[in-house]
Design a binder for this molecule. Structure first.
Ligand SMILES: Cc1cc2nc3c(=O)[nH]c(=O)nc-3n(C[C@H](O)[C@H](O)[C@H](O)COP(=O)(O)OP(=O)(O)OC[C@H]3O[C@@H](n4cnc5c(N)ncnc54)[C@H](O)[C@@H]3O)c2cc1C
Length: 374
């Protein structure tokens, strides 16, 4: 059978991973990224065993672990350094790997872009699609620089505000503000802090810390943002610090280091979940374009990379595209829906506590679920 050719729109975590996975399956890959460089903001990301297992399947787990801060499990604390729950991690990629990883986003992007480049995928920056025309046998694309290409499949990996989604799934829901925002700030890592912890007890949210490298980590604050305000950029540090007023001990030490507003990364949280199927003819959505959720379970990146791994696997089957995409959906839909709904549930509990609220139990259930093979 002639080698197949796929266009990936979007060079984020999902798109770059899909490029690697498809190249490993012998597929020819073009990837277009609208930004002129593979640049991401400087704060970090928390990932778990299923992310490392998926990276292992892409052949880059060692590089990812070397670029991050290996960790084992997660703690829930109160605002005063008292441990409430200790959740052991599950080293799903094998005992030679950690169960969890903190990674600076630029470090993760470095690993993924290097892997995508060396895989032989053709990566093009600073452009996107202009038109996409489907026929029964192929799909023709014109790009914003006037060039054209013919493909067997177009993969929309262009994130929560996906243009591929709005073009091909006009009836799909649009991203909605979930009521909370996330504040992040990098600070030095105290040597004794070797794994991520989250502190509960803040009004409308929580705070915590994640090690990213031997010398650094980041402070995380997730909180209700009534009315989805636009915070004045020059006040971000003051606002973030004041939100942590109730903390004592370690979190108070971190709080006092939040002094430079230009280094605060604030994001209102948005979510969207596209009903099945995530394909229309020869166009498929993956990652946040199909299922963007909140970071309450630290699973967004893992689900994007798992999408990529499964896409590569189904392409090894050499079946008609329609069958490949159906097989993809069967393996991805329920898992992504569970992560989407559970993440939003934790955010809901933080904003409107109920007697049955139990984020630690839901986190354990998530870990058991994602431990299942993909
Ligand atoms: C505040 C916050 C904290 C988070 N923390 C975590 C965490 O700790 N752990 C975790 O696992 N996940 C976390 N996530 C989620 C995680 O970042 C996403 O799930 C993940 O980035 C999804 O990858 P993606 O490739 O689908 O989308 P993205 O990473 O958003 O990549 C999309 C790419 O497409 C490009 N693009 C957009 N439009 C076009 C276009 N028209 N043409 C071409 N290119 C285009 C973009 O420039 C971008 O490079 C967090 C998310 C947020 C908002």
């Amino acid at each position: 059978m002639q080698a197949r050719k796929v266009l990936i729109v979007g060079g984020g975590i999902g798109g770059l991973s899909a490029a690697v996975a498809l190249r490993r399956a012998g597929v020819e890959v073009d990837l277009v990224e609208i930004n002129t460089s593979f640049k991401v903001y400087h704060v970090g990301i928390i990932v778990q065993g299923n992310f490392i297992r998926a990276m292992h399947e892409l052949g880059i787990a060692d590089q990812a672990v070397a670029a991050g801060f290996p960790q084992f499990g997660l703690q829930f604390k109160d605002l005063h350094d008292n441990v409430l729950v200790d959740i052991p991690g599950i080293p799903l990629a094998g005992n030679q790997y950690p169960s969890d990883l903190g990674m600076a986003r630029p470090a993760l992007h470095g690993v993924l872009t290097e892997a995508a480049r060396t895989s032989g995928a053709k990566l093009r920056l600073g452009l996107t699609f202009e038109t996409i025309t489907q026929t029964a046998d192929h799909i023709d694309v014109t790009f914003t620089d006037g060039t054209t290409g013919r493909y067997d499949l177009v993969v929309g990996a262009d994130g929560v505000r996906s243009k591929v989604r709005t073009t091909f799934f006009p009836e799909a829901p649009t991203p909605h503000f979930t009521g909370q925002g996330v504040w992040r700030y990098n600070v030095p890592r105290p040597p004794e802090i070797t794994r991520t912890f989250m502190c509960i007890g803040l009004d409308g949210g929580k705070c915590g810390y994640c090690p990213l490298t031997p010398t650094t980590g980041y402070v995380i604050l997730v909180q209700s943002e009534p009315g989805n305000p636009r915070h004045p950029p020059e006040q971000l540090a003051d606002i973030m610090r004041s939100r942590l007023d109730a903390c004592t001990g370690l979190m108070a030490q971190f709080r006092d280091q939040i002094v430079d507003s230009s280094q605060v990364v604030y994001r209102p949280l948005e979510a969207v979940f596209v009903p099945a199927p995530w394909h229309r003819g020869r166009v498929l959505l993956i990652g946040d374009a199909a299922h963007a959720t909140t970071p309450h379970l630290g699973q967004g990146a893992a689900q994007a990379v798992e999408d990529a791994v499964v896409l590569g696997r189904v392409f090894e089957q050499h079946q008609p595209i329609e069958q490949l995409l159906d097989a993809f959906m069967q393996r991805r839909y329920e898992r992504c829906k569970f992560i989407y709904e559970s993440s939003l549930q934790i955010g809901e509990w933080e904003q409107r506590p109920t007697p049955d609220a139990d984020p630690a139990a839901l986190t354990k259930k998530m870990l058991a679920t994602v431990a299942q093979p993909i």
